[in-house]
Design a protein around this ligand. Structure first.
Ligand SMILES: *[C@@H]1O[C@H](CO)[C@@H](O)[C@H](O)[C@H]1NC(C)=O
Ligand SMILES: *[C@@H]1O[C@H](CO)[C@@H](O)[C@H](O)[C@H]1NC(C)=O
Ligand SMILES: *[C@@H]1O[C@H](CO)[C@@H](O)[C@H](O)[C@H]1NC(C)=O
Length: 217
């Protein structure tokens, strides 16, 4: 049996007879092989296209997406001067504090912002302001800018205020606001304008001379 099969295999060798049928089967085989190869190649190309599409989508949704930077005040506020006069007819304050403005940039590229002014308000009246110089928050990082702010009740003297009520509660509530304009740079070439706002409400405990609350929107 084994010999028979061996003999049957022999005719397939090119040196033996029937070269035509051999060639035919050879071309048939190679055609089949080529077809298989083409299908394989098509599958590879399709898989690559799908992979590339997913890659581009993910890239567009993460790396190339421009997110709005967030600006807030840090919680570690130190008071270098805290004078309050709880005079019932005309209460007043004169406070100097050092705060940290934090520009949080979650983009895959730096955020370059222009110089701006932060206004500190007591019930919609400006009581202090500070200039924040232009700067840059790096790729996915937070730029911390130390600012020294003086707020006083001079501007409140003309307007009637509820300062007395705040003082009775041993607190002073201030609202710090700043508008930032700038550009987010992606992949070193693409630049996109991006504006953002800081709006923080800080409650100062006048007895302990410390920050009681800080809420940033
Ligand atoms: C409160 O302030 C007013 C105006 O500045 C002043 O005339 C008055 O003497 C002050 N009262 C007290 C108790 O300090
Ligand atoms: C800032 O925040 C305060 C309190 O959360 C809110 O009343 C006020 O409208 C905000 N201002 C701006 C300009 O968004
Ligand atoms: C302010 O701080 C003092 C001392 O720590 C505390 O006794 C008081 O309750 C605080 N006041 C407010 C309104 O939080």
């Amino acid at each position: 049996m084994a010999e028979k099969t061996n003999q049957q295999v022999y005719p397939l060798a090119p040196s033996n007879g029937n070269p035509r049928s051999d060639e035919e089967s050879n071309t048939l085989q190679s055609k089949e092989l080529k077809k298989k190869k083409r299908i394989k190649l098509a599958i590879y190309i399709a898989a690559f296209a799908v992979f590339q599409t997913i890659f581009i989508l993910v890239f567009a949704l993460t790396v190339m997406r421009v997110r709005t930077p967030k600006v807030r005040l840090g919680t570690d506020v130190t008071f270098s001067k805290l004078n309050t006069d709880n005079n019932e007819t005309s209460p007043s304050f004169d406070i100097t504090f050092i705060a940290q403005v934090r520009v949080k940039n979650t983009n895959f590229g730096p955020y370059k912002y222009d110089s701006t002014t932060a206004n500190f308000k007591f019930q919609d009246v400006n009581v202090g302001r500070v200039t924040i110089p232009e700067g840059k928050a790096g790729l996915r990082s937070t730029k911390k800018v130390s600012v020294t702010v003086n707020v006083n009740s001079d501007a409140l003297k003309i307007t009637s205020s509820n300062l007395g009520n705040d003082f009775k509660n041993e607190v002073l509530t201030l609202n710090g606001q700043a508008k930032f304009t700038g550009k987010v740079e992606l992949m070193f070439v693409m630049k996109k304008k991006k504006a953002t706002e800081m709006n923080c409400t800080m409650v100062i405990n006048l007895t302990s001379k410390a920050l009681k609350d800080l809420i940033c929107e």
